[in-house]
Design a protein around this ligand. Structure first.
Ligand SMILES: O=C(O)CCC(=O)C(=O)O
Ligand SMILES: [Fe+2]
Length: 295
């Protein structure tokens, strides 16, 4: 008999069932030990053509919002001072962004890290052309002081929309195990050309999901290959964090169509809807998050 079969710890039993169903045990172990994992496309339960639709929607949003033409992703030569602008708040741009946010494999791993009350915090694209520079080592767990490293407080679940076959593609770089340090990098640790910390590149085919504990130190490599790297970055947080984007005003039609979205934007959590009167349903849900890291 498996421990989950006793059904005495529902917040974990439900996760165990999904981890088993989606064959994610190795990824959970990697998240615990290394602080990051890459789930290949064939495990992602995405609909046919999902990653092509997502890549297209990102490129279209970038073109429309920034008044540029990117062309095809294998040959695009974007002006790097323009493509990174206006890149947040994508959810209502196209329903493919909702699919990305509530993908069941994605949410299983997000909830493994942040508990059942994990809240969606924001989505942004990364479009990176030939010659684009890398960035230095950092933690995404902004606002978490040293001393609070026992659990994940936020996570980054990024959809890889173009192949990352090697460092020439300009991928993210990770310091395995650095989430255990429980602090952000200091300025003299951040430069990848001089840091004493060893790092590994994120390698994965388009359609993979790279997910990391927000405290895992990461950077990115220079892109030397032609064409563009396209990524959808998604951040999720515990309910006590300050989210990057307040999704409270998401269209009611969208929330009705996607109940999982209503849950993950924190419809059952603070803040109160009526600012003068407490909403006791929300109080109860928030109090429950204080009982267990998986709640
Ligand atoms: O992959 C990259 O270019 C770095 C991205 C990054 O730091 C992030 O998404 O938090
Ligand atoms: Fe980051």
């Amino acid at each position: 008999m498996a421990l989950a079969d006793y059904e005495v710890y529902p917040d974990v039993d439900n996760l165990m069932a999904d981890i088993k169903k989606y064959d994610l045990f190795e990824h959970v172990v990697e998240l615990e030990a290394y602080g990051m994992t890459v789930v290949p496309p064939e495990k992602m339960q995405a609909s046919e053509g999902f990653i092509e639709r997502l890549r297209y929607a990102i490129m279209k949003a970038c073109e429309e919002r920034n008044g540029i033409e990117l062309g095809y992703h294998t040959t695009a030569k974007p002006d790097m001072s323009v493509v990174g602008k206006n890149s947040w708040d994508l959810l209502e741009e196209d329903e493919v962004f909702v699919e990305a946010a509530i993908n069941p494999v994605n949410l299983t791993l997000v909830r493994w890290l942040l508990g059942q009350s994990a809240v969606f915090s924001g989505q942004t694209w990364i479009i990176k052309g030939e010659g684009a520079p890398g960035i230095g080592l950092h933690s995404d767990s902004h606002g978490i002081p040293p001393g609070a490293g026992q659990i994940a407080h936020m996570c980054n679940a990024s959809w890889i929309c173009t192949d990352y076959d090697g460092e020439e593609d300009g991928p993210t770089l990770f310091v395995p195990g650095s989430h255990h340090y429980g602090r952000a990098t200091l300025p003299h640790e951040a430069d990848t050309s001089s840091t004493p910390f060893r790092f590994v590149p994120l390698i994965g085919k388009a359609g993979s999901l790279a997910i990391w504990n927000g405290a895992t130190w990461h950077a990115s490599a220079v892109r030397s290959n032609p064409g563009i790297r396209v990524t959808l970055v998604q951040n999720y947080m515990r309910s006590y964090m300050r989210v990057q984007h307040d999704y409270e005003s998401t269209s009611p039609q969208l929330l009705e169509k996607y109940p999982e979205l209503a849950r993950v934007i924190g419809k059952a959590l603070y803040p109160y809807e009526d600012s003068r009167n407490p909403d006791y349903g929300r109080v109860g849900q928030m109090m429950k998050t204080g009982t267990d890291p998986f709640a």
